[in-house]
Design a binder for this molecule. Structure first.
Ligand code: FE
Length: 335
C-alpha cells in the first residue's frame, strides 16, 4: 500500500450536518488504513441507511496506531479499520482495541477470521496464492509454497520484499505449520530461486511474470484482479497451493472498536452492519477481495479463480509470529 497524505472527510449524505470540528454526540469517527475509494461508498451507505454521521481519517496503519497511542483517552476515534492480521494484532498488543460483545459478529464472522478475544473482526478475506505464467509453467508442476524452494524454480521466482507485512504474515503461517528449521529451509530455497531482487509491491511481481522476467510469484489475488479489470487477457493465472495440506494462505482486512471510543454503541452498530450480507458483498467487491461472511456472492472476476481451500488457522497467529518470521527472513537473506 502506498504512502498517503492523511485526509479527513466529513461525509454528509443523508445525515446530520457536521459543522467545523465539532464532534456531535452520535457521530462516529473511523480511523481507516483502507484506501478512501474502497471505504467511502460503504460508509456513505451506512449513513444513508442509519442516519448516523460518520467521519473518517485515512492514513497507513502504522501512523494511525501511533496517533491512537498518542491521543490516548482524548482520541476522537471510535473504530480502527485496517488491513492485515499483523497490524490488528499489533493494535491489541498496544491495548488500542476494546472487547466487543456481539452475538451477531460471533455468528457471522468465521472463528479463524477474528480475534480470539473479540477485539477485532475480519471483514474481508485476502488470499495470497501462487501466481504463474500459463505460457511457461504447467500448473501440474506446482503444489505448495514450500515447493517453490525446489531447484526446478531456480531463476524463475519473483517475490515482494520481506519488509512489507503480507509476506511476513505468510512466513509466520509457514512457521506455525512447519516450525523454524523447515521454514528456514523453505525461505532460503526461495531466495536461491529468485529471478531478481524482491519488488516493493505485488503489482510489480505480476508485471514481471507478464514480462517474462520470472515464471512464478506469490501475490494477493486482488492485485491480479485490478490488472484483469483493465486487461481481461492479462497473462497470469492463479494456482491454489497446499490444497492437500493446510490450504492457501489468507489474511483479512478488519476492524475493532477503540479502547477509548466515545461512541462504542454506534461503533458496534457499524461493525455489525459491515457484517451484513449486502455490506459484505460491496466491501469485498470494491477491492476484488473475498467476503468474510460465508454465502455472500463473490465478484465475477473473483469467481473466475474458482473455489479453494483456505488455511483456517486463526489469522491472529500471523500477528503473534510476525517478529519471529521477520528475523527468520532476515537470516535467510530475504530482503
Ligand atoms: Fe494490498
Amino acid at each position: 500500500m502506498s504512502r498517503r497524505t492523511p485526509i479527513i472527510i466529513a461525509a454528509l449524505a443523508g445525515a446530520v450536518a457536521i459543522t467545523g470540528c465539532d464532534t456531535g454526540d452520535d457521530e462516529l469517527t473511523v480511523y481507516s488504513a483502507r484506501q478512501d475509494h474502497l471505504i467511502k461508498p460503504i460508509l456513505e451507505r451506512f449513513m444513508e441507511e442509519t442516519g448516523t454521521p460518520v467521519r473518517f481519517v485515512t492514513d497507513d496503519a502504522g501512523p494511525l496506531m501511533e496517533r491512537l497511542k498518542a491521543e490516548g483517552e482524548r482520541t476522537p476515534a471510535d473504530m480502527l479499520l485496517t488491513v492485515d492480521a499483523g497490524n490488528l494484532h499489533q493494535a491489541t498488543e498496544n491495548d488500542l482495541l476494546a472487547e466487543v460483545d456481539s452475538e451477531t459478529l460471533r455468528e457471522r464472522i468465521p472463528e479463524h477470521l477474528r480475534d480470539p478475544e473479540d477485539r477485532w473482526f475480519g471483514l474481508s478475506v485476502r488470499a495470497r496464492p501462487i501466481m504463474y505464467s500459463p505460457e511457461r509453467v504447467d500448473p501440474e508442476e506446482l503444489d505448495t509454497y514450500a515447493g517453490l524452494a525446489d531447484e526446478k524454480w531456480e531463476g524463475r521466482l519473483c517475490v515482494r520484499t520481506s519488509q512489507q507485512v503480507y509476506n511476513q504474515s505468510l512466513v509466520a503461517m509457514l512457521l506455525h505449520h512447519h516450525g523454524e528449521e523447515e521454514t528456514t529451509r523453505i525461505v532460503e530455497g526461495w531466495v536461491d530461486n529468485l529471478a531478481t531482487s524482491p519488488f516493493s509491491n505485488d503489482t510489480s511481481v505480476l508485471e514481471a511474470i507478464e514480462a517474462g522476467q520470472c515464471d512464478v510469484g506469490i501475490t494477493n489475488t486482488y492485485y491480479l484482479g485490478r490488472l484483469l479489470r483493465d486487461d481481461p487477457d492479462f497473462p497470469v493465472e492463479v494456482f491454489w497451493p497446499d490444497q492437500d495440506g493446510h490450504g492457501a494462505h489468507v489474511n483479512v482486512s478488519g476492524a475493532g472498536i477503540t479502547r477509548h471510543a466515545s461512541n462504542p454503541e454506534a461503533a458496534r452498530e457499524l461493525l455489525e452492519w459491515l457484517a451484513s450480507d449486502s455490506a459484505q458483498e460491496q466491501f469485498a467487491a470494491l477491492n476484488l477481495e473475498y467476503p468474510a461472511v460465508e454465502g455472500v456472492e463473490w465478484d465475477p472476476i473473483v469467481q473466475e479463480w474458482g473455489e479453494f481451500k483456505p488455511d483456517t488457522i486463526n489469522v491472529s497467529e500471523a500477528g503473534r509470529l510476525q517478529r519471529q518470521a521477520t528475523m527468520l527472513m532476515d537470516r535467510a537473506g530475504y530482503r
